[in-house]
Design a binder for this molecule. Structure first.
Ligand code: SAJ
Length: 482
């Protein structure tokens, strides 16, 4: 029946009109790049006119980007395609019927971090909207990160149910996972290779036709839809695994009294002749919206698609969820290091004033999603400490789940602190001067616990701090200096 789809597409001709559902940090750059491609004549950006996001419609149609932070080239390109009449943002989903190809870029965040399940509700609503207005010969592409099996499973079923059409016969269906990083959205879409996977060869070929015109140095890598879903979740699972491997090494180095960074440099020196050792950086934990959840997408995928076919060591936990457990342990380890440093100064967590520096999950960013600082904050508070949080990048007004009293006033947060716990490697913290911090802490032996290797151990130990850092087994047992 693939011939039927091929002939419908042949009659329809090349893709000329494109729709992008979801005007977020993935959909907006995708839409303007499609609109700027000479291959396409018009692009609709579909955005629900909801109380929280409806404002984007007017903004985008004025050529203004609603995205926070610097996105090089995005607003210029948006103004160019809007004034050329090639891009239009609309809440009218019926215009999907005019499109030859429709992509969905809708986030799948955790519904509840405790149960590690993604919230597919917004994506399902988007898919239903597409199904409602789907016409024969249209290509539908899911760009969101999804559990392997979703494209050929749930998405296909919903589209067929809503449209009365049949995937692979009346319309093409594919997955092309986004690989963008905030701050370099256009560059990533143009230059990263693009995984494109259809539910059948005809769908794959049509998706290749859609994405090829927007790539500059990137290449399209065709495969099946399920392989594309596994690729996306695996690429983040492997990064999480690499981080867990070096976090565990750091814990071992602390226990053996050696410096993990010496070991890291030593291991990484083994290279050449095709030998490589990708050793990442130990740290206070793994946050963000990618690495904290994509492992569980992959695990769910294999459980749903191949539970009986999977041959795996009896009773053994998945290496990937073990890695998640190690990375999620790092904020607890930071608490243990803080407790140890306070104890060396004759104090306990209970009643201690802790200055937590860095709420963002990543250096020099305002993004605090799933920050590892949060479990530390909660556990230290539960242990009776008073935790005050500083972050020069995170906006207390707009960021999700910010702790009470989050401040951009570093001196105020440091004043009277018994311990300083560094959770993000913001550049501001690399410039901290031990004597100045000690004067603010106003006690003989404040603790400094470095979760991102940003302070120089001896300078702080010599200034009278009790110093602890992840992986610094060579320094964590230092004598107290007056
Ligand atoms: N982290 C470490 N040690 C490391 C690297 C990161 O502890 O060596 C921590 C960071 O502090 C952060 C978390 O891991 O808390 C995630 O860091 P990240 O650099 O992976 O940033 P993300 O989550 O924004 O990951 C994104 C992902 N990109 C997309 O999903 C398109 C990921 O696949 C990329 O590998 C990563 O960016 C990147 O840097 O390219």
């Amino acid at each position: 029946m693939k011939d039927r789809l091929s002939s419908i597409i042949a009659r329809k001709g090349p893709i000329r009109r494109v729709g992008v559902i979801g005007m977020g940090y993935v959909g907006i750059p995708a839409a303007v790049l499609f609109a700027d491609a000479p291959a396409f004549e018009h692009v609709y950006g579909f955005q629900r006119d909801s109380p929280s996001s409806g404002y984007k419609i007017e903004m985008l149609n004025r050529g203004e980007s609603p995205l926070k932070g610097e996105e090089p080239g995005l607003e210029d390109l948006l103004q160019k395609v809007v004034s050329a009449g090639k891009f239009e943002c609309t809440p009218d989903f019926s215009k999907i019927a005019e499109c030859d190809a429709v992509t969905l870029a809708i986030q799948t965040p955790f519904a509840d971090k405790k149960d590690l399940l993604p919230d597919f509700t917004p994506l399902i609503a988007g898919i239903r909207n597409v199904g409602r207005y789907l016409t024969p010969g249209t290509l539908v592409v899911l760009e969101s990160t999804i559990t392997p099996g979703t494209t050929a499973g749930m998405a296909r079923e919903i589209l067929e149910e809503e449209s009365g059409l049949v995937a692979g016969e009346d319309f093409a269906l594919a997955h092309a996972p986004e690989r963008v990083m905030v701050g370099r959205l256009l560059k990533n879409i143009r230059e990263h290779d693009r995984i494109v996977g259809g539910i059948d060869d005809v769908s794959t070929r049509r998706a290749v036709e859609l994405y090829s015109p927007v790539l500059t140095t990137g290449h399209v890598i065709p495969m099946t839809a399920t392989a594309a879903e596994v690729t996306k979740t695996a690429e983040n699972t492997f990064r999480d695994l690499q981080i867990a491997a070096v976090n565990q090494l750091a814990l071992y180095c602390e226990a053996m009294g050696i410096n993990v960074y010496d070991v890291r440099a030593g291991v990484a020196s083994l290279k050449g002749e095709g030998i490589t050792r990708a050793v990442l950086w130990p740290g206070a934990g793994v946050g963000g919206h990618c690495l904290t959840k994509d492992t569980y997408h992959l695990e769910r995928g294999v459980q749903q698609l191949g539970p009986d076919a999977l041959d795996f060591p009896e009773g053994r936990e998945s290496l990937y969820t073990l890695a998640r457990g190690i990375n999620d342990f790092m904020p607890t380890h930071m608490l243990h290091l803080t407790e140890s440093a306070l104890k060396q100064a004759g104090k306990t967590l209970k009643g201690a004033k802790i200055a937590l520096l860095g709420w963002a999950f990543i250096n020099d960013s305002d993004d605090a999603r799933n920050t590892p600082a949060e479990p530390f904050y909660e556990a230290a508070t539960a242990a009776g400490a008073e935790v005050r949080v500083h972050d020069p990048w995170v906006d207390p007004e707009t960021a999700p789940d910010v702790p009470p009293g989050l401040s951009k006033d570093l001196e105020a947060v440091l004043s009277g602190a018994d311990a300083v716990a560094i959770f993000a490697g913001h550049k501001e913290y690399r410039r901290l001067v031990p004597a100045e911090v000690k004067a603010l802490c106003a006690c003989p032996h404040p603790a400094v616990v470095d979760g991102r290797n940003v302070v120089e151990p001896d300078a702080w130990i010599d200034a009278g701090f009790t110093y602890r850092s992840i992986g610094r087994g060579d320094k964590n047992g230092h004598d107290l200096r007056d």
